[in-house]
Design a protein around this ligand. Sequence first.
Ligand SMILES: NC(=O)c1ccc[n+]([C@@H]2O[C@H](COP(=O)([O-])OP(=O)(O)OC[C@H]3O[C@@H](n4cnc5c(N)ncnc54)[C@H](O)[C@@H]3O)[C@@H](O)[C@H]2O)c1
Length: 347
Amino acid sequence: MKDGKIRIGLIGAGNICQSAHIPSYLEQSDAELYAVCDLKAERAEDVRQRYGMKVATTSIDELVSIDELDAVSVCTWNNAHADAVIRAARAGKHILCEKPMCMNPAEALEMKKAVEAAGVTFMMGFVRRFDGDSVAVREAAENGLLGHVYYARASLLRRRGTPLGWFTDLSKSGGGPVIDIGVHLLDLTWYLMGRPNPVSVSACVHHEIGDYKTKGVTRWEALDTDNLVFETEDSANGLIRFDNGASILFDVSWAINGLNGMSVHLYGNKAGATVSPATLYGESAGYLSDMQLKPAKLKGFSEEIRHFLDCVKTGRKPIAPLEDGVTVQRILNGIYDSAAAGCEIKI
Ligand SMILES: NC(=O)c1ccc[n+]([C@@H]2O[C@H](COP(=O)([O-])OP(=O)(O)OC[C@H]3O[C@@H](n4cnc5c(N)ncnc54)[C@H](O)[C@@H]3O)[C@@H](O)[C@H]2O)c1
């Protein structure tokens, strides 16, 4: 680190890199966008020029071998997260990794080995943890206001919101809504419950709607939308059990014939809570009482990137550390494994 600036390399210069990571780094006076890598040379060069960066390359090895570079954001398709993280760690760079961590728990463990051997900072891009409502409910739970959280109900349903591009290509994504948006839902719910140890999963996945031509709906688009295939599920539901007796009942969809919405309900033996709006459900003065928390509105990606830079500077452990990425990956792949087996499985 020179002049108090953390020099950043971007690996994967697509939609999330350009719409969230770059603007969030630009807000920070102690970060400098230094180098960019993408499989598409013209995309990397375009981003380099627009933000006055020093290097554009198509090679991850070339990017991570730049001495001046301190840290990287990994924003590739899911199938390249593990490789990019392992190469960056071996080169001694600190790492912010987009969700999901990778394709499966075996990859997650390889990443863990490389990061621990290198002793670099690694943070998962679990951006929902940084929303104001999430922070407020987490504080309430940490302060014991909910008691033992023994059950959670979590739902993230899109009626028609299948992302366009590689997301439906199993070889690049590793799965559908479970791995794409279920990762946000289940990570947040599990984190707010105090991160109990998962022991089993019973889940179903469905592919019932698939590609659609519905008018008047919007969707997330990868920068490349050619070569489209639809090999993944479009909805899933299930039950996750933990070794402290707690459970999460969840459903998630990219496309389903029902209402849009995200909800997380936590049920503790002292009080319950919902996120968005952050509300506690308990008793007060002998009566049932609902207490709405009023946190400041926070911009999740700005908070996430600020936290990452602070952890790089201080060596502090991120609030979304490597081992959380590994556990969430075990849950996500447990959902697919249980659905394939047609029964509850140990994870
Ligand atoms: N946190 C969130 O809310 C959020 C939202 C959307 C996407 N994402 C995640 O961000 C990642 C990227 O998604 P996107 O929507 O930006 O997709 P995208 O296709 O627009 O961008 C990905 C880019 O990575 C490049 N790439 C792929 N493999 C590479 C490799 N081996 N080396 C260098 N470049 C490579 C592609 O050429 C492309 O430009 C995914 O992991 C996705 O799950 C997170």
